[in-house]
Design a protein around this ligand. Sequence first.
Ligand SMILES: NC(=O)C[C@H](N)C(=O)O
Length: 386
Amino acid sequence: MSEVVLRRVTSSGSASNLVSIARKDGTPKKKKRVLVLLTGGTMAMQANGNGLLEPVAGYLAKCMRAMPELRDAKMPGYEVLEYSPLLDSADMGPTDWSTIAKDVATHHDLFDGFVVILGTDTMAYCASALSFMLEDLAKPVVLTGSMVPFAEAYSDARHNLVLSLIFAAGVSQQPPTPPEVCIFFHDRLIRGCRASKVDALGLAAFDSPRFPPLATVGVCVKDTFADNGLAWTGRILAPMLNMETGIVVLRLVPGFDDSALLACFECPTLKAVVVELYGTGTAPSRRKGLVDALTAAKQRDLVVVATTQCQVGGVKIDVYAVGQALQDAGVISAGDMTTEAAATKLAYLFGKFPDKPGTVRTLFAVSLRGELSDPGKYTRPFFEAH
Ligand SMILES: NC(=O)C[C@H](N)C(=O)O
């Protein structure tokens, strides 16, 4: 995804319609403008000679030009910035996220909002990463894609595209879509740094299990973003483009070999570890291997954060006695952050403060983009202490 090709595609095919539409009284009204950043994904794919799906350059932009829905006068005007090569999102990572962040920043003042089309497999990581990277964002950035290629008659591509453009432009909503990185998929607009891909085959592939959706689309739109959306900070957009990649995510399995963990923690380029623990953040405290590995991590000043393997709820290390060893080893709770958000937040914080694990630890515990709730929101004491 190194080069970009700017294809000017508008709802009518003419540049003038991009700029204004007529009001009922005949006076021109400025039409909202959305920049569509096309990175690839199933939406832009067709079967190759071996019958395998891969993105095809120029194809989706051409299909969009032919979509009558996008020419509707109520729809925003748009332009497509197509990257080359188009990618399956499995091939995307921090360098591509930086390219997207840079392009949003370059065009930030020229458009009312942004749609990023990408594959679903790593969309939640990209959305979380962009949430952190796009500091002081003032416009909505809506990520979308599809589970079925646009080329198929039975595709979710058109629906996801139309709704993403509407949300990015905030065409018909009062109040407008908040200036944050979101995912629109199937019937919901969800906060990017709260999203996870939860279904490999369903059309409702994304969920935000620990935070309510920003909007739900049915016959009417039920939006809650006036209450739970982020507000612009009022500062000029300043993207952070140097994500740290020396981070690993480990998921515990009861009784499996912990000596491998120790080997992993000794890797010289490693800066931080996300451990997916059980339930509210429990791990075996009686098996010496894990405790030794965590102690070795502490001695190296590695930042170790704990997320939960559960879909809903969050981590609270101080509930069970087995959590004591984790606390002693300096493991930090990720609260109700998703693993995607925890990993990309560490990448962002270490990118910003490369040799300051202490600062990373402090800021990790603070909600920067609404990725973390107050523990009181997801934990309630069953019995009050007397
Ligand atoms: N539905 C999709 O877009 C999956 C595809 N493998 C991708 O992530 O690019």
